[in-house]
Design a protein around this ligand. Structure first.
Ligand code: KIV
Ligand code: NA
Length: 263
């Protein structure tokens, strides 16, 4: 099967066809997700929480992400492989470039960065060097202490227009994809309609171009009560690959997220 590339996601957006994304941290689960049709695999710094047991993503190192990116990259499927730059990789443009370089050498095909319009320079320098960038906006978990918790962002109209402007600035700097986390469904729709580039949502309503979830949430094995926007697809599935397939199909048919998963 043809590999999924940035052009595939752009074509999906133009055709109004939703695409599914899922986190993956190792070769076996990456294989199962890929075989289920998932289009984008993300080696997220959520691994700090779901694999390492930390209370936030802040302790995750570049070496951690590079190791798991290598594990996922070795499965050789058709999905696009995106990797997260960890906390403080954006300390300087120099560090950003070197850290992204390490993840690309480990097998990433796109780099995801948290940060708003001030990240534009770093994004521009990455893109100039051939590194596709996904810019993560809305609830940015690396800023959890600044935000005062994992809270919905962009609730009032001023905040919402600010987030849209940040997204525009990052796209102008060369970002190929925008990821929106935990924002009202109306903002998810507005940003997706306003931008030419694909927008991936998590807790951002049903109208973003793609959807993403953390694998452990899809499998219903996350400790404690998960956030509102997750769904356990294992509940009705025969096995793990079937759960991934049900998630993929629900995204494709826009049955997920449903009203109860949205803000
Ligand atoms: O780290 C992660 O898994 C993420 C997704 C939840 C978007 O950034
Ligand atoms: Na992340």
């Amino acid at each position: 099967m043809k590999p999924i590339t940035l052009s595939t996601l752009q074509a999906n957006k133009r055709a109004g066809e939703a695409f599914s994304c899922l986190t993956a941290y190792d070769a076996t689960f990456a294989h199962a997700a890929d075989a289920a049709g998932i289009e984008v695999l993300l080696v997220g710094d959520s691994l700090g929480m779901v694999l390492q047991g930390h209370a936030s993503t802040l302790p995750v190192t570049l070496a951690d992400i590079a190791y798991h990116t290598g594990c996922v990259a070795r499965h050789k499927g058709r999905s696009l492989l995106m990797a997260d730059l960890p906390f403080m990789s954006n300390a300087s443009t120099q560090r950003l470039l070197e850290d992204a370089g390490e993840l690309m050498r480990a097998g990433a095909e796109m780099i995801k960065v948290e940060g708003e319009a001030w990240m534009a320079e770093g994004v521009r320098e990455l893109v100039r060097r051939g590194v596709p960038v996904c810019a993560h906006l809305g609830l940015t978990p690396q800023a959890v202490h600044q935000l005062g918790g994992y809270k919905v962002q962009g609730r009032d109209s001023e905040e919402a227009s600010r987030i849209l402007e940040e997204a525009r600035a990052l796209v102008a700097a060369g970002a190929s994809v925008i990821l929106l986390e935990c924002v009202p469904a109306s903002l998810g729709r507005a940003v997706s309609e306003a931008l030419e580039v694909p927008v991936i949502g998590i807790g951002a309503g049903p109208d973003t171009d793609g959807q993403i979830l953390v694998m452990h949430d899809v499998l219903g094995v996350t400790a404690g009560r998960g956030p509102r926007f997750v769904k356990n697809f294992m509940a009705e599935a025969d096995d793990i690959q079937d759960a991934f397939k049900r998630y993929h199909d629900a995204v494709k048919t826009r049955q997920f997220p449903a009203e109860e998963h949205c803000f």
